[in-house]
Design a protein. Sequence first.
Length: 241
Amino acid sequence: MTNRVLITGSSRGIGKAIAIKLAENGFDIALHFHSNHSAATEVQQTLSALEVNVSLLQFDIGDRAAVKQAIEADIAEHGAYYGVILNAGINRDTAFPAMTENEWDSVIHTNLDGFYNVIHPTIMPMVQARKGGRIITLASVSGIAGNRGQVNYSASKAGIIGATKALSLELAKRKITVNCIAPGLIETDMVSDFPTDLVNQMVPMKRMGKPNEIAGLANFLLSDDAAYITRQVISVNGGMI
């Protein structure tokens, strides 16, 4: 079995940075995207130039049937994943009294149901391969400390933290580690219009993080050196909490 890793939301931002970092270290990549095919194709070309095998998967992480079909087909063709990185997610920020039902439901459904939809079909093939494995979820500083205007997002990310810790207990004896990375403000499209003065106010290091700084941690957690690290939430936030 090759060391192949599924990364959701890997056509841009943090997911793209993780995909490139892992490919540089010899991992084959199952590259997932939702709708931006051209961006995904560009990343695929970048990874292929690093002489790793790349498969392209398209689905909405909130669409359970579509996720299951795509992942099962990919595993049938290429074999079980060694690693799964749950990176894709959405936000719909607004003050809670003004939050619509759709703003609540869409974030909870996509982010939290996405945990089940993506990870569930990968587990038994990983277990049956008897090679151990790595599962990494992406939460947020908002899921640990909460944040104004993000009651829905904070709830979904706190749920991912709880699910990650519980799953780690079930899989530990299989030599499959399950950990969570909780980023703070990272330079991605999600925070592209975030005011600099607010960054300086909120972040002790007075800057946003870079996607590569998340990718480096993900790469470490996938390495043999991290084989005894599981059930952990590791914050990367410049000292915010």
